[in-house]
Design a protein around this ligand. Structure first.
Ligand code: FES
Length: 161
């Protein structure tokens, strides 16, 4: 992970905070750590295309999620809904370099909040709520356990002595 890019994003996060006049909002919570990301989107017409004019976000606590969300809100500006929907968590966090395994869900949470906002049809009045990052199975045991928990509804862990 690129620590200097992380520190730059954290020391001066872009587009942090609620957007009162947003066209859409999406929220995703992570079962891994209890953190949440909410993203707001505002569209505009540009040359006959509806593109993202601006985006903002809130995140509670996790520095990686804040850094990825900050970068993502900049990256998606000027993109259409379809173009933004194509962006993966890895693309959104690309300036940070590969995330360590325990931080991959942070980027997925940002991607999930973005997609929830992009797919929110009726705007701010009914924020889309989701607890499912787009990639159900993570690369680590913890991620996989949590993914299993999401589909099964609960996790039972048995420790062998
Ligand atoms: Fe859970 Fe980053 S969002 S540790």
């Amino acid at each position: 992970m690129n620590e200097s890019t992380l520190q730059t994003a954290l020391s001066n996060p872009q587009n942090l905070g609620e957007m009162p006049d947003a066209d859409a909002v999406g929220t995703v919570g992570s079962p891994d750590c209890g953190d949440m990301v909410r993203m707001w989107l505002k569209y505009k017409d540009q040359d006959g295309r509806k593109v993202i004019d601006k985006a903002s976000f809130q995140s509670f606590g996790c520095q990686t999620a804040i850094a990825v969300a900050s970068l993502a809100t900049e990256l998606i500006r000027g993109k259409t809904k379809e173009e933004a929907l194509q962006m993966s968590a890895a693309e959104l966090s690309a300036p940070l370099g590969p995330l360590p395994p325990m931080k991959i869900h942070c980027g997925q949470m940002v991607e999930g909040a973005l997609k929830a906002a992009l797919e929110a049809e009726s705007g701010v009045a009914s924020p889309a709520l989701s607890t499912s990052p787009s990639q159900p199975l993570g690369p680590t045991l913890v991620d996989s356990l949590n993914a299993a928990g999401k589909t099964a509804g609960k996790i039972k862990i048995v420790l062998e002595s």
